[in-house]
Design a protein around this ligand. Structure first.
Ligand SMILES: CC(C)(COP(=O)(O)OP(=O)(O)OC[C@H]1O[C@@H](n2cnc3c(N)ncnc32)[C@H](O)[C@@H]1OP(=O)(O)O)[C@@H](O)C(=O)NCCC(=O)NCCS
Length: 127
């Protein structure tokens, strides 16, 4: 049976510790809690999307900025335990949906943070 993930916007501080933990597992230079807090203060520009399991566990997240006419993907990361199960793809497909809904159908990716796995998941999402 295929798994499903709810993709929901993060709008309050309650989930930030989990995002920091996923970041620490995923990046050499992870974002801090303070950096995520700054994102929450800019809802007109910054989208933080979480992939949530049916049990309410945050399995991964994606940070996206709306920049004039396009969406910039800052980072996408999945908890080690949930990798390889379609979470990253589900997050990026939601970014594509967001682009369609907001009329921003072009995407950029912060190059310095994209590693091999990022490129693969991005191409799987047809971005
Ligand atoms: C990259 C990452 C987000 C992928 O998340 P995931 O949930 O494991 O990916 P999915 O299960 O949705 O896989 C989607 C596709 O990407 C491919 N893929 C996933 N991780 C990969 C990796 N490390 N290397 C190569 N391909 C990878 C999968 O094979 C799949 O392709 P397919 O549909 O053709 O089989 C996750 O490995 C991660 O958090 N990595 C550390 C952080 C990172 O590098 N983020 C990207 C840069 S910001």
């Amino acid at each position: 049976m295929s798994e499903s993930w709810d993709i929901v916007p993060i709008v309050d501080e309650g989930s930030l510790d989990v995002l920091v933990e996923i970041n620490n597992q995923s990046f050499t230079h992870p974002w801090t809690r303070g950096m995520f807090l700054e994102e929450l203060k800019q809802p007109e520009k910054s989208y933080l999307l979480a992939a949530v399991t049916t049990n309410g566990v945050i399995a991964g997240y994606c940070s996206v900025w709306s920049i004039v006419d396009h969406l910039q993907i800052n980072s996408v990361a999945v908890c080690l335990k949930y990798r390889g199960r379609g979470v990253g793809l589900a997050l990026l497909n939601t970014v594509v949906d967001l682009g369609g809904a907001t009329g921003r159908r072009e995407y950029s990716i912060r190059g310095a943070e994209i590693e091999c796995g990022g490129q693969s998941v991005v191409s799987a999402a047809s971005i």
